[in-house]
Ligand binder design. Structure first.
Ligand code: PEP
Ligand code: MN
Length: 367
């Protein structure tokens, strides 16, 4: 059960204290507090966990400063939608808003290699009015002898260059809890020139201990990838681990499923599930066409498969696109074959914006 308080309820007020003292006395119930930062207002939600079926919903709803009470199903308690269309969702991080209505492209390097390439990428993004990117410093690799990412050592120049070119959010995968401290240390030492969205890769979707640690911190939002070999339900439950520990600022990212059925693409494109995730949960949904398609192939219409796949996600309502670019794909240390070229950035961004607009017009058709 979720108790939603009136917007901007003062925690020092008598009404708030009265509600809390009543809720705290409920038998076999534990309380969890969440703050939801919508585009216009801040909402406090109190989750009642445990034996809630005996609670009188109307009685709680009649209390001062309680706006509404929502009964929730067992699954995805915090991130779930629970048939309540009115609940505020989304979050603002470093002045960038993410929700099921927003639209952002996170174009960047799969793996950071040189400061020159990072700078070329950031400069091009700024030129096209972008404030988000992706930069891999810690790379989970199938082969232990493959390049593992420059790690902590590259963070200072990545963050400084992001600041220089007005990039506000960098999606960056972490594969171990120590990486969060390394990111915090580097951000602090460079004077917080940018922000980081912690990426959980598909190989770590069900690394529950990592999810608990990432969920316990609320400084950084999380871009959570769907597991490539588990059901959607299992992946959504895994995302809920983050929220259950306290961090509900989560973007859910589809990246294709491991299956021979997707060949010749690297993975089976699963972007038809974008609307399903938006229906079941309140998370903004991202699609990653680069890791789904895995190549720079074009169809006879001249459009890259990566752009076609991303378009499928966007016309179905995806809110973000995570996509690999590289100034010299032939020398890229990770995933060069799927990286788009710098001179394709402009066209790619235009194409994505058109697809998002097309989704908006589809929406009004059905309204
Ligand atoms: C990535 O985005 O760099 C990555 C490794 O993706 P995934 O976890 O989807 O394989
Ligand atoms: Mn990659």
């Amino acid at each position: 059960m979720i108790v939603i308080l009136h917007p901007n309820t003062d925690k020092q007020s008598k009404e708030y204290k009265d509600v809390m003292s009543i809720l705290e006395k409920l038998p076999n119930i534990s309380l969890q507090h969440h703050v939801v930062q919508g585009e216009e207002q801040k909402l406090s939600e109190i989750y009642l966990l445990g034996d809630t079926h005996k609670i009188d919903q109307a009685e709680i709803e009649s209390l001062d400063c309680v706006e509404r009470v929502v009964r929730i199903s067992e699954e995805y308690r915090i991130l779930g939608r629970h048939h309540d269309e009115k609940r505020t969702s989304g979050f603002t991080y470093n002045d960038v808003h993410f929700s099921q209505h927003s639209f952002h492209v996170l174009a960047g390097l799969c793996a950071v290699d040189t400061p020159e390439h990072v700078e070329m990428m950031m400069q091009a993004l700024q030129k096209h009015g972008q404030v988000c990117t992706r930069m891999g410093a810690y790379k989970p690799r199938t082969n232990p002898y493959s390049f593992q990412g420059h790690g902590e050592q590259c963070l200072p120049y990545v963050f400084e260059l992001a600041g220089k070119y007005g990039i506000k959010v960098i999606s960056m995968e972490v594969t171990h809890e120590s990486h969060i401290d390394e990111i915090s240390k580097a951000l602090q030492e460079t004077g917080n020139p940018t922000g980081v969205m912690l990426q959980i890769g598909t190989r770590n979707t069900q690394n529950f201990e990592l999810l608990k640690v990432v969920g316990r911190q609320t400084q950084y939002p999380v871009l959570f990838k769907r597991g490539y070999g588990v059901s959607l339900n299992e992946s959504l439950n895994a995302a809920e681990y983050l929220a259950s520990e306290g961090n509900s600022n989560v973007v859910f990212c589809l990246r294709g499923m491991k299956s021979e059925g997707g060949a010749p693409h690297r993975n089976m494109v699963d972007f038809g599930q974008v609307p399903v995730i938006k229906r079941l949960t309140r998370m903004p949904v991202c699609v990653d066409p680069s890791h789904s398609v895995g190549s720079r192939e074009k169809s006879p219409d001249g459009i890259l498969d990566v752009a076609h796949a991303a378009a499928q996600g966007l016309v179905a309502g995806a809110n973000l696109v995570l996509v690999d670019f590289h100034p010299e794909p032939a020398t890229a240390l990770v995933d060069g074959p799927q990286a788009l070229l710098m001179d394709e950035l402009s066209r790619f961004l235009d194409d994505m914006a058109k697809c998002h607009e097309f989704y908006q017009s589809r929406k009004s058709l059905w309204a």
